[in-house]
Design a protein around this ligand. Structure first.
Ligand code: CP
Ligand code: NVA
Length: 329
């Protein structure tokens, strides 16, 4: 068995259970490869043995401030903390962005007196990093315009369940180079999986995220590739992932984007270019027969509802680690 590259060993010098306690998760790249592997390993165990963790976060309080709509993220965070013995408080910020009524610093300095963890879904990524800077308790990114790290953890947990060790795995993403795409690229790199992203011109992932993913991939031994051709993207893929063409906050661009993204639809013809054992992935909500056809979304290769289920298990593991309860209760 090949040893880990030197830099990875250096990054992972401290045991994840110790190094993650009290930390924030603003970007998936806040984690070292070893820390991500530890969260994933705990997520699998939590899924298999939920009773072992039933009271691991007894009486811990979690607050969730959401500026955008949510089904999966809200409910999986709530079910996660509730089944670990803690409680969730949801604050709907869709009508007034965070920082409007009161500064982020003042919100942080109030909330940290009452709760053990803050979960944020925002437009501006800076809102999350600023809250993390001010708050003494962990802050978790539950989606910003830049990233969706909790989604990516659950997605790669889903792939590990199916395929085991993901080093050398051919992960592909087709569509908008958006928040979900950014976190998936970084996660693939952290786990040593190859990642090919195909987008229409002008909709590529951000250059600095691509550079960051490539820097991590250089250490973990994978390749990060960005192309502008749908078939070339998915040739021989082990997983094909797509997301909506128009993310929350970009609705005013929907009419312009629809024809641009039409040739990028994941349909049975595109799936045929992937490996026969390839899975289809989507973070959901899907716009049926826009970025993906019903036949693929509901077809035998689709794992979209496993991904949705795993949001809960992965976030239980994340909460356990960040709140310093990573070991079995
Ligand atoms: N995938 C995801 O984050 O779904 P929600 O927007 O419903 O939370
Ligand atoms: N990219 C999508 C993901 C939704 C879960 C959005 O930001 O709207």
């Amino acid at each position: 068995m090949a040893g880990k590259p030197v830099l990875v060993q250096e990054l992972d010098a401290v045991a994840p259970q110790e190094s993650l306690a009290g930390r924030d998760l603003c970007s998936i790249a806040d984690l070292t490869p070893g820390e991500l592997a530890a969260i994933l390993s705990l997520a699998h165990d939590v899924k298999q043995n939920p009773a072992n963790y039933r009271w691991a976060l007894d009486a811990k309080q979690m607050v969730m401030f959401f500026e955008k709509a949510s089904l999966r993220t809200r409910l999986t965070f709530e079910t996660a903390i509730n089944t670990l013995g803690g409680a969730a408080m949801f604050v709907d910020q869709t009508q007034s962005p965070l920082g409007e009524r009161e500064s982020l610093a003042d919100i942080a300095r109030n909330v940290e007196r009452w709760v053990s963890v803050i979960v944020l879904r925002t437009y501006a990524h800076d809102t999350i990093t600023e809250m993390a800077q001010y708050a003494s308790v962990p802050v978790i990114n539950a989606l910003s315009d830049l990233e969706h790290p909790c989604q990516a953890i659950a997605d790669f947990m889903t792939l590990e369940e199916r395929f085991g060790d993901l080093r050398g795995f051919n992960f592909t993403y087709v569509g908008d180079g958006n928040n979900v795409c950014h976190s998936l690229m970084l996660t693939a790199a952290l786990l040593g999986a190859h990642c090919t992203v195909g987008t229409p011109k002008n909709y590529a992932p951000k250059a600095d995220i691509v550079a960051q993913a490539r820097a991590i991939a250089n250490v973990t031994g994978s390749n990060i590739t960005v192309v502008n051709d749908a078939v070339a993207t998915v040739k021989g893929a082990d997983a094909i992932y797509t997301d909506v063409c128009t993310s929350m906050g970009f609705e005013h661009e929907a009419t312009k984007r629809a024809p641009i993204f039409k040739p990028w639809q994941v349909n049975e013809a595109l799936m045929a270019h992937a490996s026969p054992s390839a899975v289809f992935m989507h973070c959901l909500p899907a716009h049926r027969n826009a970025e993906v056809t019903d036949a693929v979304l509901d077809g035998p290769q689709s794992v979209v509802f496993d991904q949705a289920e795993n949001r809960m298990h992965a976030q239980k593991a994340l909460l356990l680690m960040l709140l310093g309860a990573g070991a079995k209760a």
